[in-house]
Design a binder for this molecule. Structure first.
Ligand code: GLU
Length: 280
């Protein structure tokens, strides 16, 4: 009984706090003109991708995208404690920006012509490549081996689209909402392979719980130029973020971030891309 009362009381406090926050802010994703004055900025990342964007058991966030987002936010005038990270799954990213749910997105978000119809991008800030993850004893070694096999990727990703368009149109493609679900499927045997960026797959393969179970095929099936997604038409913000990314590379913070986040997975990252230059 006592516990229930306490829970009800804390729920009431939370509700009050939520109302106060909602009333205090005029913009949905940042609160105003004076960033140093204590406003918040909402930033979209992935929550389930080790090495890139991962929500940790203590509620904090870690990964290369998190470090890029934190650096960019700082250049825009927001300290780390002023960032509110919001999960933006692959299929939700364009809509999250269009609705104004987040100010910008750093979530393994490839710059593509199709997406540029709906959103704008700063960057690129990383070049990755599509690859396959299979069980250590698998005989799948190339894209065409996937035809007729159960393959997992994620709704709204370039990875799923590329499978259908070119890599293995006859694969039995299962689309889940996040890569962590694909990896669980690979472990249980529900799927024979997972496909997405090598940067993402390397992070999963290196997790303690999967050590020794999976291998990357090592195929560079595509070029994925990661950009920072912003609302279409916000050229002012695009310029500021491009300047932030340029500075991040120049002052060594980019290098520190790739080493810290990709080193443990032994992911062989490409050199820092040139801002505004897309590798086709
Ligand atoms: N980089 C690819 C994309 O933007 C795959 C990774 C992802 O789904 O986030 O679609």
């Amino acid at each position: 009984m006592k516990l229930r009362k306490a829970a009800a009381a804390s729920a009431a406090v939370l509700a009050l706090a939520a109302t106060a926050t909602a009333c205090g802010s005029s913009d949905k994703n940042d609160s105003g003109s004076s960033p140093s004055g204590g406003g918040k900025i909402k930033v979209g990342i992935k929550f389930d991708q080790p090495g890139l964007g991962l929500k940790q058991p203590d509620g904090s966030f870690a990964g290369f995208d998190v470090d890029v987002a934190t650096y960019v936010a700082k250049q825009l005038g927001y300290n780390p404690d002023q960032i509110e990270f919001v999960e933006t799954k692959s299929a939700d990213r364009e809509n999250a920006l269009a609705r104004g749910d987040v100010k910008f997105i750093a979530a393994t978000y490839s710059i593509t012509d199709e997406r540029k119809q709906k959103v704008d991008f700063a960057g690129p800030y990383l070049l990755a490549h599509q690859d396959l993850l299979v069980k250590t004893d698998s005989d799948i070694t190339k894209g065409t081996d996937l035809n007729g096999k159960k393959l997992c990727s994620v709704t709204g990703s370039t990875s799923a689209q590329n499978v259908k368009d070119s890599i293995a149109p006859k694969a039995n493609l299962r689309k889940y909402s996040g890569y962590s679900e694909c990896i669980a499927g690979l472990q249980s045997g529900a799927v024979d392979a997972v496909t997405t960026d090598d940067s993402i797959l390397a992070g999963f393969a290196a997790q303690d719980k999967y050590k020794g179970q999976f291998k990357l095929a090592g195929l560079k099936l595509s070029n994925e130029n990661y950009g920072v997604g912003i609302k279409k038409g916000d050229t002012e913000l695009e310029k500021k973020i491009n300047a932030a990314l340029t500075k991040m590379v120049a002052d060594g913070a980019w290098k520190t971030a790739v080493e810290k986040n990709f080193g443990p997975a032994k992911y062989k990252y490409e050199p820092a891309p040139k801002i505004g230059v897309i590798v086709k």
